[in-house]
Write a protein that binds this ligand. Sequence first.
Ligand code: UDP
Length: 234
Amino acid sequence: MKKEKLIYEGKAKKVYQTDNPELLIQEFKDDATAFDAKKRGTIRNKGACNNEISARLFGILETKGISTHFVKLLSGREMLVKRLEIIPVEVTIRNVVAGGMAKLLGLEEGKKLKAPVLEYHYKSDALHDPLINEYHIFALELASNKEMKAIARYSFEINHILLKFFDQRDLKLVDFKLEFGRHKDKILLGDEISPDTCRLWDKSTDKKLDKDRFRRDLGDIEEAYQEVLRRVLS
Ligand code: UDP
């Protein structure tokens, strides 16, 4: 597989074309940003951790019938993925109150929700990913109703699978963000699933083992990513 032109560089990843028009290479960087890139830094080995964690989680999801863009790992920081037409809607699933939900509704972080909450955010850095609902998505033609029905169903299924997977590894899956895209006539899960995009707390101590350590200057950031990798691979 030949790595060709860089076609996209985001905050945490670079995406390259390959000699196959249907496949891309996703390269994970150590760069970290938070608060709409007002806070910037690097987390040593984050790229390698997120690449391996995402690969393992995509692999687990595939075995449970969820189609993802993941094809295979290529190197420590690179994975081969299917090219998607990304739907500009971020799906957040929450099992425990934290972050944006605590702020929006004036709630304490850590309250377990009676049922998972699904949110949609319009993918726009300039607008700070505003909260939207299905009516916005339909009216603005971001995706069809049929696509959104599939996306919601996959998102809850993914939550069910990951809650169990992390619980078996003594991690609480507090919340996470997913992105989906179109590939041929199918909707596939894209992007990554890692401590950059999930909140993961140790089950017995509630220690945060995710990007909140960077966002909130909690220290031991590299160690937290390594610890999640260790547990995910166990
Ligand atoms: N998240 C993400 N990218 C974003 C915003 C949020 O991956 O641009 C993840 C975040 O890590 C958390 C979940 O989505 O696991 C919910 O985040 P929230 O809406 O609470 O926003 P935050 O507090 O991270 O700004």
